[in-house]
Design a protein around this ligand. Structure first.
Ligand code: PLP
Length: 395
């Protein structure tokens, strides 16, 4: 079998790219998978080779065949100029922002971003002299009114963490492009399979590989892609930090990537089935799932996205803390814990009241976020139904 060069893979479907991209069996004794290269030092045969850095890889922080395999594949899948990989999703956010901002800048960040992103902006960037304004995620083209002469970044996340507002990316990108502002998107929920960030005009897109790319809750990783304009700055910033991930984590991410489409399609099926079932329960006031009409921005999701993953939220009718605890503590299949996108189902309560600044968050009762895993859906429903019974039995 001849290996298809990257160029000739351009017209292949994503499913096929996920299987073939970033593999070179002929360079590894025919074995299917790229092995784990561990190492700092790379040896140069001659002085001339060393002085001219004439080796495919030059030092551990500069990449290895293992990291290159993931970068190549993710770049192809994302339709980007290039990818850098870092140890966590939060590091991906940090590197993306630091690639663009400088002292004296102002940035616009969605009020619905992953909460530690706000912490980075409110502490590190503030200390560097960068001012952050949080914007209402449904603002669309109205974002123009918030732009100042020194605005350098619009940081988007769609759908929003926990609250799932779907943003009008093309409208915001059009404003940003006209003003020479860089757009950065946290695309973790959709992945490049369900939302093609760069094709929608986004400059820099990032993925917490910790979630669906891993798919098994056993690693942390961040991937940042950029278009032609921004890749040089992104790569230079990565280089300055040498914030490289460990080779085992990259290997596991590559392994996860081969089945990403399969798992995402199943997450979509399971997530929708569960969201619809919960929507029919009398205890649930509202379901925040981008593929359902009750979600703010659902029409935009329908227009721009290619699918929905298995993460969504619900708003419950008011109940006591004890009743909520009775529901959650007795669950036998749903785990309670942070992160998501693994094979196992999770649920956590959340409350944005204390930190959202652009839009008040005032649901009537508690809010829960679900990550639906690969268990049988009827078993999952029975677990939750028993939880609702415990809830009703608790004053
Ligand atoms: C989890 C998450 C991150 C951060 O990923 P880590 O690897 O846990 O640092 C970033 N963005 C979103 C939307 C996330 O859900």
């Amino acid at each position: 079998m001849a290996e298809k060069p990257a160029d000739s893979r351009k017209n292949l479907k994503n499913r096929t790219k996920l299987v073939h991209a970033g593999r070179k069996p002929s360079e590894q004794s025919g074995f299917v998978n790229t092995p784990i290269y561990r190492g700092s030092t790379v040896l140069f045969p001659t002085l001339d080779d060393l002085l001219n850095r004439r080796m495919p890889f030059t030092y551990g922080t500069q990449g290895s065949p293992t990291t290159e395999a993931l970068q190549t594949a993710w770049t192809e899948l994302s339709g980007a100029k290039g990818t850098v990989i870092v140890p966590t999703g939060l590091a991906a956010i940090a590197i993306a922002l630091l690639a663009v901002v400088k002292a004296g800048d102002h940035i616009l960040v969605s009020d619905s971003v992953y909460r530690p992103n706000r912490n980075f902006c409110d502490t590190i960037l503030k200390r560097m002299g960068v001012e952050t304004t949080y914007y209402e995620p449904l603002i669309g083209a109205g974002i123009e009114a918030l732009i100042r002469p020194n605005t350098s970044v619009i940081f988007l996340e769609t759908p929003g963490s926990q609250t799932f507002e779907v943003q009008d990316i093309p409208a915001i990108v059009a404003v940003a492009r006209a003003k020479g502002i860089c757009t950065i998107l946290d695309n973790t929920w959709a992945t490049p399979l369900f939302f093609q960030a760069h094709a929608h005009g986004v400059d820099i897109s990032l993925e917490a590989g910790t979630k669906y790319l891993s798919g098994h809750s056993d690693l942390l990783l961040g991937l940042v892609t950029a278009n032609e304009v921004w890749y040089p700055a992104l790569h230079a910033t990565y280089d300055a930090f040498a914030m490289c991930p460990g080779p085992e984590d990259v290997f596991l991410a590559l392994r996860g990537m081969r089945t990403l489409e399969l798992r995402l399609n199943e997450a979509q099926r399971q997530g929708l089935a569960m969201a619809q079932w919960l929507g029919g329960r009398k205890e649930v006031l509202k379901v925040l799932h981008p593929a359902l009409p009750s979600c703010p921005g659902h029409e935009i999701w329908k227009r721009d996205f290619l699918g929905s993953s298995g993460l969504f939220s619900i708003l419950l009718a008011p109940c006591s803390q004890q009743a909520l605890a009775a529901f959650l503590d007795g669950l036998e299949l749903f785990g309670m814990g942070f992160s998501w996108g693994g094979f196992e189902s999770l649920v956590i309560p959340f409350d944005c009241k204390t930190y959202r600044t652009a839009t008040p968050w005032a649901p009537q009762g508690p809010a829960l976020r679900f990550s639906i895993g690969l268990e049988d859906i009827e078993d999952l429903k029975a677990d939750l139904a028993a939880g609702f019974e415990r809830m009703h039995a608790t004053p």
